[in-house]
Design a protein around this ligand. Sequence first.
Ligand code: MG
Length: 384
Amino acid sequence: MTKSKQFHTLIVAGGTGVRFPGATPKQYLPLAGKPVLRHALENLMKIEGMASLVVVIHPDHAALYDQAAMGLGLKAPCMGSDTRKSSVYNGLKSLSYLKNEDIILVHDAARPFVDKTSVAALIEALETHEAATLAVPVSDTLRRENGDQVNREGLWSVQTPQAFRFGVLKKAHETAPPGSYTDDAGLVAATGVNVKLVQGPKNNIKITVPDDLKIAESLLAGENRTGIGFDVHAFSDEPGRKLMLCGVHIAGARGLAGHSDADVAMHALTDALLGAIGEGDIGLHFPPSNPKYKDMDSRVFLVAACEMMKDRGGTLQNADITIICEEPKISPYRSTMQAKIAEILKIEASRVNIKGTTTEGLGFTGRGEGIAAQAIVTVKIVKP
Ligand code: MG
């Protein structure tokens, strides 16, 4: 993978939200328990290549901003002015250390669902253009209040983020003819720069009226996915081979054969996680043919699957693991295993369940030839 291009971000949060009822401006209203602005901040901050971020706020909103940005380690916000244009310009002045060719993204605080794919597409568009904006083609029929229909052919609804070469945006702010500009792409276009339209996702919505907040809440509700995993390892003849189950060393028990540490329960759990996110299985990602994985702590596989899940907007709801063997007895280790898995997955222990069972002396586990394990997980995927 090539290194992501660096970019800088300016978030415009100075609006007072005249179309939204209530005392709290919309960018500070709670959405799924967090201020709308915080969603935008967190989503932008996790995109690789984000080099610096400045938020322009209304001077009356300092306390609301501090609350929304708490713990994110951002530098002090920049104070806005009486128009959007002058607020953005204040933000640009605070970024005076940027070079003209540096990439700057301008984003509205009221769009919580900015995503890395769109940002990557905007940055790519700057390879051939000096400015680019997310936009979606208009699909509704458009009509004026006087009844005249408007031809929607070639019409796009413009979103943010918008991406610019810093020098181009700053110059546009300094030289654009007077006018009421509602976005920076419009302002830059007014100075004769060709702005590339990059199709954005429909769910990159702007919170403008109370219904938008309800739509945003439902987008965040996400969907639950289930994954199942099953694994078997035979007992090893190798003297001194350790038995690892759910990351816990079972002292005195016979170890299992395998390329890695042969933690059969953790393998089943890793497969369940990969299953829930549609990512194949453990062998696909960590082939046993790779000498790198020889005697590997299986925690590495589980952590990697967990990262893949998080990258896809997933949160693990629960994991239920069944270890099938005659020996050792699982119950004495249950709570240690539960704590270990919870620690690796960074979830509460109450979301992890460990069970041990036998096969009543039947089959390969009954004959004491090996250990089998099953795991099932539920993953909530939120993908706005
Ligand atoms: Mg295995």
